[in-house]
Design a protein around this ligand. Structure first.
Ligand code: SF4
Length: 118
């Protein structure tokens, strides 16, 4: 069984063909142009992950704070992460790189600020 993926590692968007066995296990891939794509192809069919970006509320401010996960989270946890972040309220001042939560949705992954709110 074959599956075609578009690599999301960079704007080149290489088309990657992944070969799976009948049980859906990864066998091989081709079409990637670098190791990022090679790794993405295998991860995407075995344990897909994504970096989550969101806006969170800041106490006493109307302007929200943009944040992202410090590392990719399992794709199956994305909605739980967004739900956690929706409930979060941070206190200004916040600087780029500040950790706003260190374990979003029980993933063990931190979420960091991507802008300054002074
Ligand atoms: S395989 Fe490499 S060059 Fe191609 S889209 Fe992915 S990251 Fe970019």
């Amino acid at each position: 069984m074959n599956k075609t993926l578009t690599c999301i590692g960079c704007p080149m968007g290489c088309l990657i063909e992944v070969e799976l066995d009948e049980a859906g296990n990864f066998l091989s891939s081709k079409g990637w142009s670098c190791n990022i794509g090679k790794r993405y192809a295998q991860e995407e069919v075995t344990a897909p992950v994504r970096t989550v970006t969101a806006l969170v509320n800041v106490t006493d401010r109307t302007e929200p704070l943009s944040v992202k996960t410090a590392a990719p989270v399992p794709k199956s946890s994305i909605f739980d992460c967004l739900s956690d972040l929706r409930k979060l309220k941070v206190q200004a001042p916040v600087h780029i790189g500040d950790v706003v939560t260190d374990n979003v949705a029980g993933t063990g992954i931190a979420v960091v600020a991507t802008k300054n709110i002074l």
